[in-house]
Design a binder for this molecule. Structure first.
Ligand code: ZN
Length: 311
């Protein structure tokens, strides 16, 4: 079986670049329209939604930058005769994870800023032009729905696209909130609603931001990939022909879509090391989806068993 080092994770994110660019263009347009409209109508809800979309745009831009950097690095390395990058033996895959984490911090910052602005306006809510506010919010909602459709397929596959998707989803619900506020103000003249919705928009994004950050931290702390059982992997390797014992098994995720394993296999005295190695690699790749493996074969009946530190 060939050992394929051109991994799918980079192209996974790269496949969604065009859609990310479109979503970024939409988000920037909505942000500008809402910012201008919030000044014109006096609506804080529109301002908070504009701030939210600004964070959204930056999140999409960081996702694009991360995916582009990953792509560039691997393509340079995969060309025959290209200069080696000895310090970047894993390429720049982790950049995608760092972008997701920075994204989380950014979302919390935006939420805090908007909440503060809203609270300072509670004392004396100014008049709000509800009809222009309603028109702008509807335009924002339509743009959000288009962006959501663009990013939906990528959200399940790439942690980066997922981050952008959740932000746009928050924006869509934010736009719905602004629409509700505009209608209420138009019907009742109760300007307080504008500030209430502004705070709600700010608070809404936090659980999703926290979830995205947790996923990124899990990868950075090298927890075993979600959905892969350590004991199942160990059992599968132990039952291979010629394997006496399995130790030093480590599983972790390099970036979304790319899991890595290292393991030591102590062999029975009659076992063929080459055959066991091929078996082990095939089992890890086909049964558990782990294609980047390092297997240390310790031949049976010899003194070559390892005495290294055990975890
Ligand atoms: Zn060992």
């Amino acid at each position: 079986m060939g050992h394929d080092h051109s991994h799918g994770a980079a192209s996974l994110g790269a496949r969604h670049r065009g859609r990310l660019w479109l979503a970024l263009g939409l988000a920037l347009t909505v942000m500008l329209v809402e910012a201008v409209a919030s000044w014109y109508t006096g609506s804080l809800a529109l301002l908070s939604d504009a701030a939210h979309v600004a964070g959204d745009s930056l999140g999409i831009a960081m996702a694009l930058a991360a995916i582009t950097a990953v792509r560039r690095d691997t393509s340079a390395r995969d060309e025959p005769g290209a200069p080696r990058k000895p310090r970047r033996t894993f390429g720049m895959y982790r950049l995608e994870v760092l972008a997701a984490l920075a994204n989380t911090v950014l979302l919390f910052g935006v939420a805090g800023f908007v909440a503060f602005q809203a609270v300072t306006r509670f004392d004396d809510p100014p008049e709000v032009e509800s009809l222009p506010m309603l028109a702008v919010a509807i335009v924002g909602l339509v743009a959000n729905i288009v962006a959501l459709l663009l990013l939906r397929s990528g959200a399940a596959e790439s942690i980066n696209v997922r981050g952008a998707y959740f932000e746009v989803l928050g924006d869509a619900l934010g736009s719905l909130g602004v629409i509700a506020a505009a209608v209420l103000i138009w019907l009742t003249g109760w300007y307080y609603v504008d500030s209430v919705i502004a705070v709600a928009v700010a608070l809404f994004i936090l659980p999703r931001a926290a979830r995205l950050g947790r996923d990124a931290l899990r990868i950075l702390l090298q927890h075993a990939p979600v959905g892969v059982s350590m004991s199942e992997v160990e059992d599968a390797l132990e039952t291979l022909d010629g394997v006496k014992e399995v130790h030093d098994l480590h599983l972790w995720t390099l970036t979304s879509g790319m899991d890595v394993a290292t393991v030591h296999l102590a062999l029975r005295s009659e076992a063929d090391p080459g055959a066991v190695l091929a078996d082990a690699q095939q089992t890890l790749a086909q049964r558990f989806g782990i294609e980047h493996t390092t297997v240390q074969i310790e031949p049976g009946g010899s003194a070559q068993t390892c005495d290294g530190p055990k975890w």
